[in-house]
Design a binder for this molecule. Structure first.
Ligand code: SAM
Length: 284
């Protein structure tokens, strides 16, 4: 599939999902962020020890979706900007920020097009680039993304990305017999893996019309190499036994240190394959 067509497929898919995800009662529970002015998303809470003190910093959240993590980072003291290509996601993210009384800038841009992102944010450069949890798999070339991250950072600025581990993304996640079977590419390929799925990862009655999406995996070595080639210094790489979503039916819910809900493989399988990773890097 042509790369432009694949990104357009994803745009239609994500724009439709944004509305369904923002509906009251879904997994994103946007109302909870308005009701509780101290609420931090589970995803941001998981990496809080690695994020450190954000007060007085400027941050950009790439592929910010409904802005729950963006708002959480703002609540930790960062002056946040969010970028996403979905107008629907940005509409709900902006509404959430304004209902929560947070000053967050949102820009629409395709993150697979670095020039477009730089044009959208203008002259702004950031102390923190934050992204992840279902973000990198929508980008065709990890090297392009790493160059964009480097361009967005001020000298001394840093990247924190936590995402699904490429080893998990290579597994057949539909298996219900507990077997871990490699069924999809681990390494980046020009051709995406195209899915056709009727639903999404939150409970919803919405009947989707844009059911197809295109994903690219990026091996962990490819990711680290891309970050190094972009001129960043890797300061941390943690592989985790858990992930914030139930990727496979036999996964079990586990509490993490900060109480954030995570999902893990049961028993000894938990030690067999990493489910997510957190990569940190700084711009010299
Ligand atoms: C699973 S969400 C990740 C955000 C966050 N972890 C969350 O769950 O709220 C994926 C987001 O990536 C965005 N996205 C996918 N491909 C993109 C692209 N090429 N450029 C910009 N945003 C993109 C989608 O619109 C969606 O909002």
């Amino acid at each position: 599939m042509d790369e432009r067509a694949a990104v357009d497929l994803n745009l239609a898919n994500w724009d439709e999902r944004a509305a369904a995800h923002a509906a009251p009662g879904t997994g994103y529970v946007l109302e909870a962020y308005v009701e509780d002015p101290h609420k931090i998303s589970d995803v941001v809470a998981f990496d809080r020890p690695r994020l450190g003190d954000l007060r007085g910093t400027r941050g950009v959240h790439l592929q910010c979706h409904l802005g729950t993590d963006t708002l959480s980072l703002a609540r930790l003291g960062a002056r946040m900007t969010g970028v996403d290509f979905s107008p629907g996601a940005l509409h709900h993210a902006s509404a959430l920020a304004s209902r929560a009384g947070a000053e967050i800038d949102y820009h629409r841009a395709d993150v697979s097009d670095g020039e477009a992102v730089l044009a959208a944010v203008g002259a702004a450069r950031y102390d923190l680039v934050y992204t992840g949890i279902g973000a990198l798999c929508w980008l065709p070339r990890i090297a392009d993304w790493a160059r964009l991250v480097a361009d967005l950072l001020v000298p001394g600025g840093r990247l924190l990305v936590r995402d699904g581990h490429p080893a998990l993304l290579a597994l057949d996640q539909d298996r219900t017999d507990g077997e871990l079977v490699l069924a999809f590419p681990y390494f980046e390929r020009p051709e995406p893996t195209v899915w056709d799925e009727p639903g999404t990862y939150v409970e919803t009655d919405h009947v989707f019309t844009h059911t197809r999406s295109a994903e690219w995996n990026h091996g962990l070595g490819e990711l680290v190499t891309a970050v190094l080639d972009a001129g960043l210094q890797v300061t941390g790489l943690a592989e985790h036994r858990s992930i914030p979503w139930q990727a496979m039916a036999h996964m079990v819910e586990v509490p993490s240190a900060d109480g954030a809900g995570e999902w893990a493989l049961p028993g000894e399988a938990a030690d067999r394959v990493p489910l997510s990773f957190t990569l940190q890097a700084t711009k010299p």
